[in-house]
Design a protein around this ligand. Structure first.
Ligand SMILES: [Zn+2]
Ligand SMILES: [Zn+2]
Ligand SMILES: [Zn+2]
Length: 100
């Protein structure tokens, strides 16, 4: 039967980054201020690492930037076996194998 946790997809959105694969992190270059001291020494310029936002998007360590994690409930198969009843091995799989 189809796995209820992932809806048969075999993977779930990463909870840490909510599926985006990216996590906001404070910009190291400007220490989160978004500004850098101007090369001339007077005033400040926009940090070009974070575009002045003070935040950079770093790859999520949990999902390695993919945004998806293998479903725990079905171990990525997309279906669960259930507790009772015979196993159906040769269930025809529809062409849903989207390889990326
Ligand atoms: Zn910055
Ligand atoms: Zn993630
Ligand atoms: Zn699942």
């Amino acid at each position: 039967m189809k796995c209820a946790t992932c809806g048969g997809a075999g993977e779930v959105n990463c909870a840490k980054c909510t599926g985006s694969g990216l996590l906001p992190a404070k910009c190291d270059e400007c220490k989160g201020t978004g500004k850098l001291l101007a090369p001339s020494g007077t005033g400040s310029v926009e940090c070009d690492i974070c575009d002045g936002r003070g935040i950079v998007e770093s790859k999520c360590q949990e999902c390695f930037g993919g945004g998806k994690l293998v479903c725990d409930a079905c171990e990525g198969s997309g279906s669960t076996e259930g507790d009772s009843g015979p196993l159906i091995d040769d269930e025809p799989a529809p062409s849903k194998n989207t390889k990326k």
